[in-house]
Design a protein around this ligand. Structure first.
Ligand code: ACO
Length: 331
């Protein structure tokens, strides 16, 4: 630590990138036995973006990172550390963050990945803020990038209608005192890990002809159990994060939840007694983009003027692990 006083750390720049190809609910009706009405009623999703053959977590993450760096008004060489939250990395190793480091020209920056499902971006934001607060780095780039379309079983209607691809990024830097990250709450419950996972390909069950034939490399999920967990985790975690900085739900200007499913968002908001006007959602257009969902939503809310300087913004998420994470920011 450089001085005795911790530095205020927060979002200095934000950006997002979505692949061009749109897959609508009507398109999905041709792939599996489903309907626009079912998907819309159960999830609130109308369409999602799908990466091209050449697009990966690293290429999407790079596009979002460039936007965030531009927005922050810094140069790529000013970035000293890159954290990429992804469960769909380009390779098992090297880290996707290293590929992005090279692609954006962040010479010599530290780079590593976080594997915490949809909660990864908020975990990354919390870690990056601590690094900046303690003076370890001046600018940390946090990226959420996922291409779940490449890990979905496109014959499984329970999962294939839910997800989309995308990336979002934020530059975390020192900012004015009393702004930035005010409080957070992160945690996990590994006893629920089986509810949401990709079964094969790791050391537990290495890839083989059998695992490919059994389609064990695609995401599986117990939807109704994950749903119940999500509502509880997001609302309880939001309360703990607000408590950590002495604030209450009524102080929140904008609530930016993980964009998994409109019904989950509504149920969590009800438990927290947050009016729907104070909640930002775009799940209708992009589906669940996993670790990218919160930074994409933040970037869009910022662009649309939904967040003003001084606003209290709460981001909350749940995901694989199972895990949860919430953060309170003064914008
Ligand atoms: N189209 C039409 N019917 C369907 C579809 C579909 N796409 N999917 C399922 N159904 C059927 C089911 O087969 C079932 O009928 P059955 O009992 O005769 O088989 C019926 O619809 C009801 O299914 P449920 O699963 O009970 O429906 P539910 O109301 O729970 O909604 C959903 C399912 C949308 C998946 C919900 O459970 C949910 O949103 N869960 C959370 C999912 C989520 O957010 N996951 C996040 C992952 S985060 C990460 O880290 C990647």
């Amino acid at each position: 630590m450089r001085g005795s006083k911790l530095r205020a750390a927060g979002v200095k720049g934000i950006g997002a990138y979505l692949p061009e190809r749109i897959l609508t609910n009507a398109d999905l009706e041709k792939l599996v036995e489903t309907s626009d009405q079912w998907i819309l009623e159960r999830t609130g999703i109308r369409e999602r973006r799908i990466a091209s053959k050449d697009e990966t977590a690293a290429t999407l993450g790079t596009r979002a990172a460039i936007e965030a760096i531009k927005d922050a008004g810094i140069n790529p060489t000013d970035v000293q550390c890159i954290i990429t939250a992804t469960i769909t990395p380009d390779y098992f190793f090297p880290a996707t963050a290293c590929l992005i480091q090279d692609a954006i020209g962040a010479t010599g920056a530290a780079a590593f990945d976080l594997l915490v499902g949809c909660t990864g971006f908020v975990y990354g934001l919390v870690i990056a803020s601590q690094m900046v607060s303690y003076g370890a780095f001046d600018n940390v780039l946090v990226i959420g990038a996922d291409v779940l379309s490449k890990f979905i079983n496109w014959r499984d209607r329970h999962t294939c209608v839910l997800f989309g691809d995308g990336a979002g990024a934020a530059v975390i830097s020192q900012i004015d005192d009393d702004y930035g990250l005010l409080g957070f709450d992160i945690g996990s419950d590994g006893s629920l890990s089986k509810l949401l996972r990709i079964e094969a390909g790791g050391s537990h069950r290495p890839a083989s002809l059998m695992t490919v034939l059994e389609e064990a490399h695609s995401l599986t999920m117990n939807g109704s159990e994950v749903f119940k967990f999500a509502v509880r985790a997001m609302s309880d975690s939001t309360r703990r994060a607000l408590q950590a900085c002495g604030l209450d739900v009524e102080h929140v200007s904008l609530f930016v939840p993980h964009q998994a499913n409109m019904r989950i968002v509504r149920a969590a908001a009800e438990r927290l007694q947050i009016p729907i006007e104070r909640i930002f959602t775009n799940v209708e257009k992009y589906g669940n983009t996993s670790a990218a969902s919160i930074p994409i939503a933040l970037a869009e809310a910022d662009k649309l003027g939904r967040i003003k300087r001084g606003d209290i913004v709460v981001c909350t998420s749940f995901g694989g692990g199972l895990s949860w994470a919430s953060c309170v920011l003064r914008w």
